[in-house]
Design a protein around this ligand. Structure first.
Ligand code: SF4
Length: 257
C-alpha cells in the first residue's frame, strides 16, 4: 500500500493505533482528495477501504503503553468495517467494527453492572451512551455513532474491550440479569421537572434538560431548583425516574471508566 501511495508523489500521513490501540484499530491514512482519486483504480486485493471521512485532528493521543491483556478474553480484537460521516452530525463519525470474540456470554453481566444501558436479550444487544457517543454492542460487532474522529473511535472501542473483559473476569461475583431493560421516555423525565425553564441547569428549557439527561449527558443534581431551591418536593419522584435511566443524583454513565 505504501508503495502505491509513494508512487503518487503526493503527501499523505499515516495515523497509527500503535501501541495503545493496536488491538482495536489499524493504520488510517490522511490524504489529499487527488491521492484518493488515484487510489480508486486499485483492485480490492491491493487495497481494502472501510470508508472515507473528512480529516479531523485528534484531540487525544494514542497511549504510549501496550494495551491491557486479559487471561480470559471475551472481546478479542476489533476491525473497523464501516466508516462514514454520522447521519445525526456530519462533523462526527459513524463506524461499525467487527470483533473476533463473542459477547453473548458477557451480556447478562454487563446488563447487571451497567445501569444506564438498554439490554435486549432477543438480539442480543446492549445500547448505551458514552458521553455524546451512542454505542450498540451486538454479539460480534459494535456500532458507534458520533465518535469525534478516528482516534476517539479507537479509544471508545478500547474502553469497551477493557470493561467487557473486566466485567467478564468478575462474573462469578455478579448476578446475571436476563431482563430487558428499557429507559423511561424523556417525556416522563420532563413531567417530573419544575417546568419553569429557568435555565440554571445550562439548558434553555426543562424539556432540553430532560433530553440531555435521558441521553446520559447531564446529571440530575444540575437542576438546582430541585436540589437546592424551591422545588425540593419534586426530588423523590425525580430521583425515582432517574434510577430507571441508570443515574443517581451525582452519577452518570459517562463517568464510568
Ligand atoms: S434548572 Fe431545572 S427547572 Fe431550570 S430549566 Fe433546568 S431542568 Fe428546568
Amino acid at each position: 500500500m505504501s508503495a502505491r501511495l509513494d508512487a503518487t508523489g503526493l503527501p499523505y500521513m499515516v495515523i497509527s493505533p500503535e501501541p495503545g490501540y493496536s488491538l482495536v484499530g489499524c493504520p488510517s491514512i490522511a490524504m489529499e482528495q487527488e491521492v484518493r482519486s488515484r487510489l480508486a483504480s486499485c483492485s480490492p486485493e491491493e487495497f481494502f477501504c472501510s470508508g472515507w471521512v473528512d480529516y479531523r485532528q485528534a484531540s487525544i493521543d494514542v497511549p504510549a503503553s501496550s494495551p491491557q491483556t486479559f487471561p480470559e478474553d471475551i472481546f478479542g480484537t476489533a476491525s473497523m468495517m464501516v466508516l462514514s460521516p454520522c447521519i445525526a452530525d456530519e462533523t462526527k463519525l459513524r463506524l461499525v467494527a467487527h470483533i473476533s470474540g463473542d459477547m453473548t456470554e458477557v451480556f447478562p453481566y454487563m446488563n447487571t453492572e451497567m445501569k444506564g444501558a438498554c439490554y435486549n436479550p432477543n438480539g442480543p444487544m446492549l445500547t448505551f451512551m458514552d458521553g455524546h457517543r451512542l454505542i450498540t454492542i451486538y454479539t460480534r460487532r459494535i456500532a458507534i455513532g458520533k465518535a469525534d474522529e478516528i482516534v476517539d473511535a479507537w479509544r471508545t472501542l478500547e474502553k469497551i474491550r477493557c470493561f467487557s473483559n473486566e466485567i467478564y473476569s468478575r462474573r462469578a461475583s455478579i448476578t446475571p440479569s436476563y431482563t430487558m431493560r428499557k429507559k423511561p421516555p424523556a417525556l416522563e423525565v420532563y413531567k417530573r421537572l419544575p417546568g419553569t425553564s429557568c435555565g440554571q441547569c445550562g439548558q434553555k428549557t426543562c424539556m432540553a434538560f430532560a433530553m440531555t439527561l435521558w441521553s446520559g449527558n447531564a446529571k440530575p443534581f444540575m437542576c438546582k431548583p430541585i436540589f437546592e431551591g424551591d422545588y425540593s418536593h419534586l426530588k423523590d419522584a425525580f430521583l425515582e425516574i432517574c434510577v430507571g435511566l441508570g443515574v443517581t443524583a451525582g452519577d452518570n454513565l459517562s463517568d464510568k471508566g
